[in-house]
Design a protein around this ligand. Structure first.
Ligand code: DHB
Ligand code: MG
Length: 216
């Protein structure tokens, strides 16, 4: 066998999923309620939640920033990796999504660790001090990803993590016939991130492609 990566097709992927920490009933109920409330069915995969949770534990993260709360699903996965005095600040531009997320976060086991900030990421992020956070998760409007990245690079400490969702652009990354603005934005963003010398990064092929970058 070569030293190259083993191809992960549907069967191996199923195996990975079967052998990875599952979401709990609370997170399953949150998704059902989000569907019933008419929210878009957009959330990270459980295995991506598990990956990010483990990464935060590995760096002993205490302070984390998330851009794009939506229903609060990923916020809860991330906050569960933090110590009792840890804090996740999550930013949501949509009032109705922030309302839903706040209600579910309040009922969760990590209510005390999460604060929802309402507004545009680029208006809220400047409030966070330089090198004041251990990690950031970018999962919001794709055209602003480069600006979010710049802000997160400022906010994260050395050795901290920048995690970014949708590196595979909803699975449409390599389909040249797709010219959708968000897909085009992700193609450009991936090139930008891959070139960053101040960040050692890799796309982990879980969920829709999870960028993991460590600040040099
Ligand atoms: C969409 C956005 C996301 O962040 C995601 O993970 C999946 C879909 C969307 O806007 O459709
Ligand atoms: Mg996403």
């Amino acid at each position: 066998m070569s030293t190259q990566s083993t191809h992960v097709g549907a069967e191996l992927f199923h195996y990975i999923r079967q052998h990875t920490l599952q979401e709990d009933d609370f997170l399953r109920d949150l998704k059902t309620a989000a569907r019933e409330a008419g929210l878009p069915e957009i959330w990270i995969a459980p295995e991506q939640g598990a990956l990010m949770h483990i990464l935060l534990r590995l760096i002993a993260a205490k302070v984390v920033v998330e851009i794009g709360t939506l229903a609060g699903y990923s916020a809860i996965w991330l906050a569960r990796a933090l110590p009792d005095d840890g804090r996740l600040s999550t930013i949501e531009v949509s009032g109705s999504r922030a309302d839903f997320a706040e209600a579910w976060i309040a009922k969760s086991d990590v209510a005390a660790k999460i604060k929802v900030f309402r507004g545009q990421g680029l208006e809220i992020l400047p409030r966070f001090r330089n090198e004041s956070a251990d990690a950031a998760f970018i999962d919001a409007d794709k055209v602003n990803y480069p600006a979010y990245l710049a802000e997160c690079q400022r906010i994260i400490r050395r050795g901290g993590l920048i995690l970014v969702d949708n590196g595979f652009a909803y699975g449409q990354l390599l389909d040249d016939s797709v010219r959708d603005a968000n897909v085009v934005a992700m193609r450009a963003f991936n090139e930008l991130l891959a070139r960053q010398r101040a960040l050692f990064s890799i796309i982990v092929p879980l969920g829709d492609g999870c960028w993991v970058g460590v600040k040099a």
